[in-house]
Design a protein around this ligand. Structure first.
Ligand code: GAP
Length: 489
């Protein structure tokens, strides 16, 4: 990361805390690594992102329905899905610092340093060696790459490494009252399995015909060994996943369609198209026949925000085998029973939140000939903005607060709006810019005469006079779900 992008990212993180978007969890106890809380603004923004996803997936598609499955599930589910045996990261410890690292990430960091130093041949060779070792699950080879490339522990600076070992990422706990009778259960590492095991329940009770999808938003837990990049890699996070069940043989057409549909969803928020790219998986998981990531260019480089995977019939077949229950569909069009194939779209809500923040954050120079000035502004899409409008009385007397509160009461019925009377008006504008409020409404002495107010637009900072009676429809038009969703059609 260059100094400039490093500073930008640090500023985004401190802004998120200062304005009530994201707090480190348990902060008064010095925090809990890779766990975060969403504050008053963050909770609103997060809910708006969820709503955008839910409306785009469930409301706009006749053949997609929602689900809210439990976090705890029968432990055999995780055996069937492959998570008990295969959901591992290769770890290595430094014996001097006692710090634990992901072996592949240590090597990736070295590759990045080779690239930064212009040693692109060395970088390419190491990348190829890493890929080969990972796909063969060759842990001794990972260690020998660390040794050959003289990778040192960032803390102790030494090369005194342990062997590389597999470390399962699932959190487990016990269910049941007594220690003897207690059963080990897992905190789900993905929401998808809750969808797979409910496939027949939803298909039968909803009388769904293939192709159809099941969408779910919920918490997932992974014991990530390396906490990195703020809310990018967390131990407790949220996923928005959709499994689309299709007839075998049609899956790659649906995969292509879902790739385009999902990218459109991201771009409709007005983000710069150049900041997004597809990254095809070269090495596919054994159950997938196509997989791609949608990556966003964060200050620390292009990283995955969403995955789109063609998972064949792997999950349903595994659950059929482990549960002994048939998970098949009778397709009347071809008069056949089959286990459906699945296209999955899986996006991390917290990563999407970070994408939105990084994309919106600007430290803007607004100096004029008369005065040097700057502001920090979040150019959030109005639909996502935590607060849609702030209402200010110009001063705290002459009946202006009362009039402003009347407007608040009227607008509150439709939108999340707030009232502010503290500090000079300029300061109040800056505070709203910093949380991304698209509109500020000021009640002044003219309001008492002609029932008009000024409305200031966050991005242009332009102010216009408008009658109070027109306010509600003006705001509704600018924060309309309809206008945003229409772009997805
Ligand atoms: N069901 C498929 C699945 O879980 P994944 O690529 O492991 O696939 C999907 O995760 C998405 O979940 C990722 O694209 C990412 O946005 C998010 N995600 C995964 N691990 C995460 C973590 N530790 N912290 C935050 N988000 C995470």
């Amino acid at each position: 990361m260059s100094k400039q992008t490093d500073d930008f990212f640090k500023n985004v993180i401190s802004h998120a805390k200062e304005y009530g978007f994201v707090f480190p969890s348990s902060e008064i106890y010095d925090g809990l690594s890779a766990v975060y809380d969403y504050g008053q603004m963050g909770a609103e923004l997060k809910n708006n992102i969820k709503t955008y996803w839910w409306k785009a997936m469930v409301q706009l598609h006749e053949n997609i329905v929602g689900l809210d499955s439990a976090i705890f599930m029968h432990p055999t589910i995780w055996k069937a899905s492959g998570h008990v045996d295969g959901f591992n990261d290769p770890m290595i410890d430094n014996k001097d610092s006692k710090k634990r690292y992901r072996a592949d990430q240590l090597i990736e960091d070295k590759i990045a340093r080779y690239v930064a130093d212009g040693k692109t041949d060395k970088a390419a060779k190491l990348q190829a060696d890493l890929d080969t070792a990972l796909s063969a699950d060759d842990l001794p080879r990972l260690k020998s790459l660390i040794e050959e490339h003289e990778i040192v522990c960032p803390v102790s600076g030494t090369r005194n490494w342990t062997d590389v070992r597999q470390f399962n990422l699932m959190f487990s706990t016990q269910m049941g009252a007594s220690a003897e009778g207690a059963e080990v259960v897992y905190l789900r590492p993905e929401t998808a399995q809750g969808i797979f095991v409910n496939f027949l329940n939803v298909q039968k009770t909803g009388r769904q015909k293939i192709p159809f999808g099941i969408a779910q938003i919920g918490k997932a837990f992974r014991n990530e060994v390396i906490a990195r990049q703020f809310i990018m890699r967390m131990r407790e996070f949220e996923q928005m996943e959709m499994q689309f069940f299709v007839r075998p043989g049609t899956e790659l057409d649906w995969y292509a369609q879902w790739k385009e549909t999902r990218l459109k969803w991201h771009l409709a928020l007005g983000s710069d198209q150049r900041k997004y790219r597809f990254h095809d998986h070269v090495k596919l998981a054994h159950y997938a026949n196509a997989a791609v990531d949608i990556e966003y260019e964060f200050p620390f480089g292009f990283k995955e925000v969403e995955g789109i995977h063609s998972r064949t019939d792997f999950d349903l077949s595994q659950h059929q085998k482990f549960s002994g229950k048939k998970l098949q569909y009778f397709d009347p069009e071809i008069n056949q029973n089959y286990v459906p194939y699945v296209i999955e779209t899986s996006i991390g809500l917290d990563r999407m939140f970070l994408t939105v923040l990084c994309n919106a954050f600007e430290e803007q120079n607004i100096s004029s000939e008369e005065k040097q000035d700057s502001r920090t502004v979040l150019h959030l899409h109005p639909v996502l903005a935590p607060v849609k409008a702030a209402i200010f009385p110009l001063i705290k007397k002459d009946g202006l607060p009362e009039k402003a509160k009347e407007i608040l009461k009227q607008l509150q019925l439709e939108h999340n709006v707030i009232y502010e009377e503290k500090d000079a008006i300029g300061k109040r504008y800056r505070r709203q810019d910093a949380i991304g409020t698209p509109f500020c409404i000021t009640v002044d002495h003219q309001t008492l005469q002609d029932d008009s107010v000024t409305i200031r637009h966050r991005d242009s900072m332009e102010q216009k006079r408008i009658s109070i009676s027109a306010l509600s429809s003006k705001i509704a038009e600018l924060v309309s779900w309809k206008n945003l969703l229409e772009q997805l059609l």
